[in-house]
Ligand binder design. Structure first.
Ligand code: GLC
Length: 838
């Protein structure tokens, strides 16, 4: 069995916390103790927000501590909590009670004391996340020889058992293989560089987000739980028995957070408040991106970039994979492959391309190499159990590995990025940061390796921090870029990650394969990442390993343009997969998709801002918007792109698969290519020839679009189109349009423009209203074009109460009206000769 498939320590001998005594309490938390002396266990239950509880169990005399790489917010405003024990109604006299309840106005936690069991309920008394009963229930520890008081600091495995309510269904859990729903599965959280060909034979990949989003199948009520441990963790979601979910971390403390919902939106909002939100991206990062491991030098990268421009294929970013370095030494440039990096980057910039370079954590052990010598002399690398500098092989040969748990090391690492920013590099791609070791192949740092922690950090074993290593590298990178270029929004990609990574970097899903199966897997994987706070994410379009085909690549783009991160990337030695290499038919189809991506950028940017502000996923599963819809909940091969668009990509080859089933949830939907109207909920058979993936736009819900452009900075983006499919009989709709400078931090000082666009359609009138601009940003454009589809010819059109010119295309049943860009509210009204077409 390989390292990353290791099974949990057997639960045999499990010792739950026994009778607990209240040792302390304040207005919003309780402290309990079981036992005394060095073997004593402390348990705390705290209310952090009306719908957020934290539970901590610190066994074997371990100190109470919550600081964690997952958590961004530690200071919570005071919450009104009533603490009532089973013997009295008043707070404060909890001495001899059987149980104590901590209640807010929307949820409660009830703590039974003997034995200790904790459960939760919403404001209506609907119970969830209750500890199981009996000798094998609740929370406690599993004995491990050598661990325990005075033993190894990693501690004993800690376990938690929660009852599963009938009908509870599980989702989230970050990046994994397998389908959308995780009910009935076991999950390992241990960051690994898995073998080629991610399949269901193993479920953990490069990242660990031990966060479960739970839905009640009857009502759609949602709640969530984060097990905040960076140790190896195993979770059983109703696999062993359908009556229970259990959690085990192989050491440390047991700290978990319960998010009471009641909707997926509420859970995600609170979860991302705790763990941090996705920062605003630089606008260019939303554009199309091209990469390949194997572009041998500057000339080849520039030639590929030219290929995009010559063929009228939109592209914003070029990547430099490891070959740009001097012998794979990080923070250097290869004298032969990239002899004049500054000139190369600047020529690419002149053509409208941004540049992103890869950085691995392994620093080549090499006398005379500044980065290594500095790291060694300052004691910045991880150590072996015996106290030597820990070495293993990665691309450059023998390497040492920075201890990113140390704040000084992170600062030093960040400063090193000057070698890239001085040349004009725009973004940084953190790779191999599980960390991945070549000896033995695709292994990782030994669990007994030591992170010295630096002068302000703490000395810890690798086993304690393993799952955070990648996130900490990403954090060092983001903080470094912010230091070096405070006026620019950092663009950082990471492969390895832990809960909360979204505040440091976007995550791409590593080395997938050019398989149809992986095109399908992109959907459940990205949807679950979105449900785990990691919304800014994407898979390698076309597949990394193996040879792609024209059909697979073209179909992959039909899905890939809706990923928050849209990048074609492939491995050295595989067939090249730039969009123009498979003949005109596929190239034309990819061009059409890339142009659509580029046109959708104002909509996508608005979704990013919503994600940044509220934690709402960008690419979201249907269950996020329709949690009570049982069919929507299981839809794992289609997704919502924001609230206004539903996409159901084709993920199988051949003519037979030009038709596919699509489920449309409640509401009215229009087929993007034909304008056909569907009233959901409905199952439809969509015809999806190449270049026409099934895309549906929600009625009365405006989608902002740019004119066609080849890259994001090709100005002016004028006019802005508001695409609307009005539908009489459908709910009126509302969307937001958010704009700002596209980089920098002016938006934090109010330099943004936010407007709502609402649309209602009645029998003889359609009214679209654009609200007054909120914020001080002026988009500097002349016009907004209203494009109303699937409507009959209007009798008249009024803009802000006055008659207006309009164009009507009979055949396309499309009405266009132009409006001057202005900060005030504008209303466009169409009086129709006839009903809006149904
Ligand atoms: C890893 C990365 C891959 C990259 C390669 C070479 O396999 O996941 O994207 O191209 O290393 O750097």
């Amino acid at each position: 069995m390989t390292e990353f498939q290791k099974k949990p320590t057997s639960a045999e001998g499990y010792r739950p916390v026994g009778a607990a005594e209240i040792s302390d309490h304040d207005g919003s938390s309780l402290t309990l103790r079981d036992g005394s002396g060095p073997g004593q266990t402390t348990v705390e239950i705290a209310v952090l927000a009306p719908d957020l509880f934290r539970v901590g169990m610190f066994p074997s005399g371990r100190p109470v501590r919550y600081s964690s790489e997952a958590v961004a917010k530690e200071d919570w405003p005071e919450v009104e909590v009533s603490i009532v024990d089973s013997n009295s109604d008043a707070s404060g006299s909890a001495g001899s009670a059987d149980s104590v309840t901590l209640a807010t106005d929307s949820a409660s936690a009830t703590v039974s004391l003997s034995p200790l069991r904790i459960g939760f309920a919403d404001g209506e008394g609907w119970e969830f996340a209750a500890d199981t009963e009996g000798p094998g229930g609740g929370m406690g520890t599993v004995p491990r020889p050598g661990a325990g008081p005075g033993g190894d600091p990693v501690g004993e495995p800690v376990r938690l058992h929660k009852k599963r309510r009938p009908g509870e269904r599980y989702f989230g859990c970050g990046e994994r293989t397998g389908g959308l729903e995780k009910t009935g599965t076991t999950l390992t959280f241990w960051n690994a560089d898995p073998p080629e060909g991610h399949t269901a034979s193993y479920d953990n990949l490069y990242a660990s987000v031990p966060f479960v989003l739970t839905l009640d199948e009857e009502t759609g009520t949602a709640w969530g739980m984060l097990l905040d441990s960076t140790h190896r963790t195993h979770v059983d979601l109703a696999h062993e028995t359908d009556k229970e979910a259990s959690f085990q971390a192989e050491g440390g403390d047991l700290v978990y957070y319960v998010f009471c919902g009641p909707t997926p939106k509420d859970v995600l909002r609170r979860y991302t408040e705790l763990t941090g939100r996705t920062p605003m991206p630089p606008l260019w990062a939303l554009g199309n991106q091209q990469s390949r491991w194997g572009y041998e030098g500057a000339a080849e990268v520039e030639e590929v970039a030219r290929g995009y421009r010559e063929r009228d294929l939109p592209c914003d970013v070029m990547y430099f994979d490891i070959d740009y370095m001097d012998g794979f030494r990080v923070f250097t440039w290869g004298p032969e492959s990239f002899p004049e990096p500054k000139e190369t980057v600047s020529r690419l910039a002149d053509e409208g391309f941004r540049v992103v370079t890869i950085i691995d954590p392994g620093v080549k052990v090499d006398e005379g190499y500044r980065v290594y010598e500095e790291g060694r002399d300052r004691g910045f690398f991880c150590l072996t159990a015996g106290g030597e500098e820990l070495h293993n092989a990665v691309w450059p040969g023998v390497c040492a590995f920075p201890d990113f748990t140390s704040p000084e090391v992170r600062e030093w690492w960040g400063e090193n990025h000057r070698a890239l920013t001085d040349v004009g590099v725009d973004g940084v791609w953190c790779d191999m940061n599980e960390p991945s070791f070549f000896i033995p192949e695709q292994s990782t740092m030994p669990e007994d390796a030591v992170h010295p922690g630096g002068s302000t950090g703490e000395r810890r074993y690798h086993a304690e921090v393993h799952n955070a290593y990648g996130s900490l590298m990403a954090r060092a990178t983001r903080e470094g870029l912010l230091e070096l270029r405070p006026e620019r929004r950092p663009f950082v990609i990471t492969r390895s990650a832990f809960a909360g990574v979204q505040r440091h970097a976007m995550q791409w899903t590593g080395d997938n394969s050019s398989w149809w199966e992986h095109l399908y897997m992109t959907m459940p994987q990205l949807m679950n990442m979105g449900l785990s706070g990691v919304s800014w994410a994407g898979m390698d379009i076309g597949g990394f390993f193996d040879d792609t085909s024209g059909e697979l690549l073209a179909r992959w783009y039909e899905m890939g343009i809706f990923q928050p991160f849209c990048r074609n990337h492939s491995a050295k030695g595989t067939r090249h997969q730039e969009p123009w290499l498979f003949g005109e038919r596929y190239e034309a189809s990819i061009r059409k998709m890339l142009k659509l991506r580029q046109r959708l950028i104002p909509y996508l940017y608005t979704l990013f801002e919503e994600c940044h502000r509220t934690g709402a996923p960008i690419l979201r599963p249907l269950l996020y918007e329709y949690p009570a819809d049982g069919v929507a909940r299981t839809a794992d091969d289609e997704f919502l792109f924001g609230p206004a668009m539903l996409v159901a990509p084709v993920t199988r080859p051949g003519e037979a698969n030009e038709y596919r089933h699509v489920y449309l949830p409640e509401g009215t939907w229009f087929h993007y290519w034909t304008g056909e109207r569907h009233d959901g909920p409905d199952h439809v058979l969509a015809h999806a020839p190449l270049g026409e993936p099934p895309i549906y736009v929600k009625a009365n819900t405006a989608v902002p679009l740019w004119p066609e452009m080849n890259h994001v900075e090709e100005k002016p983006a004028d006019p802005l189109t508001l695409l609307v499919y009005p539908a009489e009989g459908a709910e009126s709709g509302e969307t937001t349009l958010y704009e700002d400078a596209g980089d920098g931090f002016g938006y934090e000082r109010g330099e943004y423009a936010r407007r709502t666009v609402s649309c209602e359609a009645s029998e003889n009138k359609i009214r679209v209203r654009v609200s007054e601009r909120e914020g001080s940003f002026d988009p500097e454009r002349r016009a907004i074009l209203f494009e109303l589809h699937c409507v009959h010819a209007p009798e008249s059109v009024q803009v802000n109460g006055g008659e207006a010119d309009f164009a009507y295309d009979e055949e396309a049943r499309r009405l266009t009206v132009t409006l001057q860009e202005a900060p005030g509210e504008s209303t466009v009204e169409m009086l129709l000769q006839d009903n809006v077409d149904t």
